[in-house]
Design a protein around this ligand. Structure first.
Ligand SMILES: CC(=O)N[C@@H](CCC[C@H](N)C(=O)O)C(=O)O
Length: 372
């Protein structure tokens, strides 16, 4: 598939972002494309909104897996692209349109030039939440075709096109979502003494949360607590009866998440007393760290050795990925693909350079051939 064909696919997918487990149009488009290239050696299964495609090997001894995530984010796009999202308030702001396109490009090459082993392409829903990897891993559809090793990629806005990056060991953090619902007493803006103001309680809570990492966690550990969304009240001249905070906790060590959760629970108890309110805590989806096996990172570098792609050693990142659950059970690795965007992941202005689609297809295809 040449760059023009890859771009056309990416742009179509970019226009129809869908949230986790709602990837109906995305799934239908992917299935059409897969069926266009299907031959006798290609088997297809669907699982919820995801798709598994197996290319039969010539003399198979094992199965090599490549996973691409397929969901978008609830972010309103501000790129100004002629092919911007037509789904209001939703965007491929994490590059999953790139991941899917690269998987289709590599699939075409593997169908045209099959290898000895089976190759499994995994189009996985709900990476941004609530998490598709773990239930997919447990599904009969996946278990029947379970790969012996697997890998995945993620676009990296800060890296130039033509560059890939990874590292042995921990690449992505442990994560937990965080949702806090505050309930107090609302009332007229002019009579604060008769109310329990949840805008004030939730605002204080956000400020104090920052001290959990700054003063409650060993400085030699790494942790992040971010509140990305805050909602309270209904109108400018009424005191808010309720407030909601939505955020995420990230740590490099799995055990540190439990420490932070315990401190948040204690803080909430204190706030219930000091602000005379109730606070319900929900930790939503939790993702296990992405931990790369050294052997596979070395094989990846070998696979790229006589290519034009530059390999760069990565540092661990506080991003999360439910692919971590797959790597917990199946050996493999994940890598970053440079896409050179001035705006980062989860930005409404993310503009990855489409030239990286070709680098991605080349890196994935070479790696699959080398792993066989
Ligand atoms: C690569 C990336 O950006 N992944 C997401 C994963 C989200 C996990 C979950 N919804 C959470 O926020 O904890 C990320 O935000 O890192």
């Amino acid at each position: 598939m040449n760059l023009a064909a890859l771009k056309e696919i990416r742009r179509t997918l970019h226009q129809i972002p869908e949230l986790g487990f709602q990837e109906v149009k995305t799934g239908a488009f992917l299935l059409d494309k897969i069926k266009e290239m299907q031959t006798d050696s290609v088997e297809i299964k669907t699982w919820r909104t995801g798709i598994l495609v197996r290319v039969t090997g010539k003399k198979p001894e094992k199965t090599i897996g490549f996973r691409a995530d397929i969901d978008g984010l609830p972010i309103a796009e501000e790129t100004g692209f002629s092919f911007a999202s037509v789904h209001q308030g939703k965007m491929h702001a994490c590059g999953h349109d790139f991941h899917m396109t690269i998987a289709l490009g590599a699939l075409k090459q593997l169908i045209e030039n099959p290898i000895d082993d089976h190759v499994l392409f995994i189009f996985q829903p709900a990476e941004e939440g609530p998490g598709g990897a773990l239930p997919l891993l447990r599904s009969s559809e996946f278990l029947e075709w379970k790969p012996n090793c697997l890998f995945a990629l993620h676009i990296a806005p800060e890296l130039p096109v033509g560059t890939v990056s990874s590292r042995p060991g921990l690449l992505f953090a442990n994560t937990s979502e965080l949702f806090l619902d505050f309930k107090g007493v609302g009332g007229h803006a002019a009579y604060p003494h008769l109310t329990k103001d949840m805008t004030v309680a939730a605002s204080n809570f956000v400020i104090q949360l920052q001290q959990i990492v700054a003063r409650g966690i060993d400085p030699l550990e790494s942790a992040v607590v971010t509140i990305g969304k805050m909602e309270s009240g209904v109108v400018q001249n009424a005191i808010a009866e309720t407030a909601r905070l939505e955020g995420t906790i990230r740590t490099l060590h799995a055990a540190t998440i439990a420490v932070i959760k315990q401190k948040i629970a204690m803080m909430a108890k204190g706030f219930e007393i000091s602000h005379d309110c109730s606070i319900a805590i929900d930790y939503g989806s939790n993702y296990y760290q992405v931990y790369n096996q050294e052997k596979y990172v070395n094989l990846f570098q070998d696979a790229l050795r006589d290519s034009s792609i530059t390999y760069k050693e990565a540092s661990p990142a506080m991003t999360g990925e439910d692919f971590g659950y797959m790597l917990k059970e199946i050996p493999g690795f994940m890598f970053w693909l440079g896409v050179d965007s001035p705006h980062g992941l989860h930005s409404a202005q993310l503009k990855p350079d489409e030239a990286a689609l070709e680098t991605g297809v080349q890196a994935v295809t070479r790696t699959i051939r080398h792993l066989s």
